[in-house]
Design a protein around this ligand. Structure first.
Ligand SMILES: C[S@@+](CC[C@H](N)C(=O)[O-])C[C@H]1O[C@@H](n2cnc3c(N)ncnc32)[C@H](O)[C@@H]1O
Length: 406
C-alpha cells in the first residue's frame, strides 16, 4: 500500500449511508459518494477557502465544501447538473419555499395543458401532469427559491416503488436513476397494465422539502453555473484552493438521452445536451480533453492550490486488460504541461460497491475496479501536501457551518 492509500481507509470506514439529506435530492449518473470529497476538503483546505468542481454533476463536492464552511462552487456543461448543484449550494429558507409553492398552486389552470408529447403523457395522471406543466412554465430558474423547487421536482419526476406501496415520485414506477427509452416504457406500461399514480405534486414537494434539513440563513453558501470545464468562466475573483472533481469517464455516457424526462421539465433537447458534453472511448481524445482541462485549472488555482482528479481504471472490453487512466493522465497530459505530482490515492473497491455499477458497466466488461485520485500542484509552485489527518468523525452528517465561523 502506498502511504497515501491509507487515507482511503477514512471513507471506507465511514457509515455507508452517511451524508446530508440534500445529497439525495436527485440521482445522477456516476456521482461520487460524499465521503470522498469530504475527506479531501477537510485535509487540503481551511474555512473560507474556495473549493471548485468543474464537472459538478449533482453537486456533491460543492455541497460538502459549504457544509465545512468553505465556498463551494460548481460548474458543469449539463444544465441539469447546474440546477441540482445550485439548489444544494444555495438553498433558500423553508418558509420561502412554502410561500412560493402556495402561490404557484393557487394559479394552476383548471384546464389540461395542450400539446404535451404522448411520451410524457403516458407517465403521469392528468391532474399531476397539469401541475407539473404549470410548474414547468412558471418556475424562474434565475431565482434561488424556484431553482430549489425545480431541483426537488426533478428528483421526483420518476421513481421506483412496489405496486400497492405509496408512490415515491410522480410517475408510473420506473428507475429514478435514469429515464428508460420511451418505446420501452410504453411497452412495459401495456404489458403490465400500469396506471399512473394520482398524486398531488405540491404536497409531495412540501413533504420532501421538510425532510431535507435545510440550513439556516447564516449557512455558508456557494454558487453554480453552466460552463465547459475547459473554459470555466469563474464568476468570482478569489483563487481556488482545491479543485476536487471526477471528469467524465472514458466511455460514452449519454447524460442527455438518459435524462430525457428531466430535460423535458427543463425545456432542453437531450441531443443538444449530449452534443455539448465530452463522451469518448478514445484514449487519445480523452487525453487531449484532459490537457484542455489542465490548462484551464492552472489559471484558476492559487499558488498553494491542489487539483484532485478522481479517475477510475478502465478495462478493455475485448482483452479485459485494465488501463490505469490516472497514470496516463499524469504521464501523457499533466507532466508535459509542468504540473507537479504530489501523490495518488488508490482506492480498491469491490465492483458491487462502485457507483458505476448502476450503469451496468460490469456487464460490458468496463467496470471500474480501482478508483484513483491523482493529486497535482499547478506549474511553477513549490508547496507540498500537509500531513494526512489522523482521523475523521462521521457524526456530523447534518451539520452545516455558518458564514465566518469554522
Ligand atoms: C462523472 S460526472 C461527475 C459527477 C459528480 N462528481 C457527482 O458527484 O455528481 C461527469 C460530469 O461531467 C459533465 N461534463 C461532460 N463534459 C463536460 C464538459 N466538457 N465540461 C463540463 N462538464 C462536462 C457531465 O455533465 C457530468 O455531470
Amino acid at each position: 500500500m502506498n502511504q497515501l492509500d491509507a487515507i482511503a481507509l477514512h471513507w471506507r470506514r465511514a457509515p455507508r449511508r452517511w451524508g446530508h439529506p440534500l445529497h439525495s435530492l436527485c440521482s445522477y449518473f456516476a456521482m461520487f459518494p460524499p465521503h470522498v470529497p469530504r475527506v479531501f476538503i477537510e485535509w487540503l483546505t481551511r474555512s473560507g477557502d474556495v473549493v471548485y468542481d468543474p464537472f459538478s454533476g449533482r453537486g456533491t463536492a460543492p455541497l460538502e465544501a459549504c457544509r465545512l464552511g468553505r465556498l463551494g462552487f460548481g460548474s458543469d456543461a449539463n444544465p441539469l447538473a447546474c440546477v441540482l448543484t445550485a439548489a444544494k449550494v444555495d438553498p433558500p429558507e423553508i418558509n420561502h419555499i412554502e410561500a412560493r409553492l402556495l402561490d404557484i398552486r393557487r394559479s394552476v389552470p383548471s384546464s389540461n395543458p395542450k400539446g404535451v408529447h404522448p411520451d410524457i403523457r403516458m407517465l403521469y395522471a392528468p391532474d399531476t401532469l397539469r401541475q407539473l406543466c404549470w410548474l414547468r412554465d412558471t418556475l424562474n430558474l434565475h431565482d434561488r427559491t424556484d431553482v430549489f423547487i425545480m431541483a426537488t421536482v426533478l428528483g421526483m419526476l420518476h421513481a421506483n416503488y412496489k405496486p400497492g406501496s405509496p408512490p415515491r415520485g410522480f410517475s408510473i414506477s420506473m428507475p429514478n436513476t435514469f429515464s428508460m427509452a420511451p418505446a420501452y416504457i410504453r411497452k412495459y406500461i401495456d404489458q403490465h397494465h400500469l396506471k399512473p399514480p394520482v398524486v398531488d405534486v405540491f404536497d409531495m414537494i412540501d413533504k420532501k422539502v421538510k425532510r431535507l434539513n435545510l440550513p439556516n440563513v447564516n449557512a455558508t453558501r456557494g454558487m453554480a453555473w453552466q460552463a465547459d470545464a475547459r473554459e470555466p468562466m469563474l464568476p468570482f475573483q478569489k483563487p481556488v484552493r482545491l479543485v476536487f472533481t471526477s471528469p467524465p469517464y472514458l466511455s460514452v455516457i449519454k447524460y442527455g438521452k438518459y435524462n430525457w424526462i428531466r430535460l423535458w421539465m427543463l425545456k432542453y433537447e437531450p441531443r443538444q445536451i449530449d452534443a455539448g458534453l465530452v463522451a469518448t472511448s478514445s484514449i487519445n481524445r480523452y487525453l487531449e480533453f484532459m490537457k484542455g482541462l489542465l490548462l484551464s485549472m492552472a489559471s484558476v488555482l492559487s499558488s498553494n492550490g491542489y487539483l484532485s482528479l478522481m479517475i477510475g481504471d478502465v478495462a478493455d472490453k475485448r482483452s479485459g486488460l485494465s488501463t490505469n487512466l490516472a497514470e496516463r493522465v499524469w504521464k501523457d497530459a499533466a507532466q508535459s504541461l509542468g504540473w507537479r505530482r504530489l501523490g495518488i490515492v488508490n482506492d480498491h473497491l469491490p465492483v458491487q460497491h462502485k457507483v458505476s455499477r448502476i450503469w451496468g458497466h460490469q456487464k460490458k466488461g468496463a467496470a471500474t475496479k480501482v478508483d484513483r485520485i491523482l493529486i497535482l500542484a499547478p506549474p511553477n509552485t513549490s508547496h507540498t501536501l500537509p500531513p494526512t489527518p489522523a482521523g475523521f468523525s462521521w457524526n456530523s452528517a447534518n451539520h452545516w457551518s455558518e458564514q465566518g465561523r469554522s
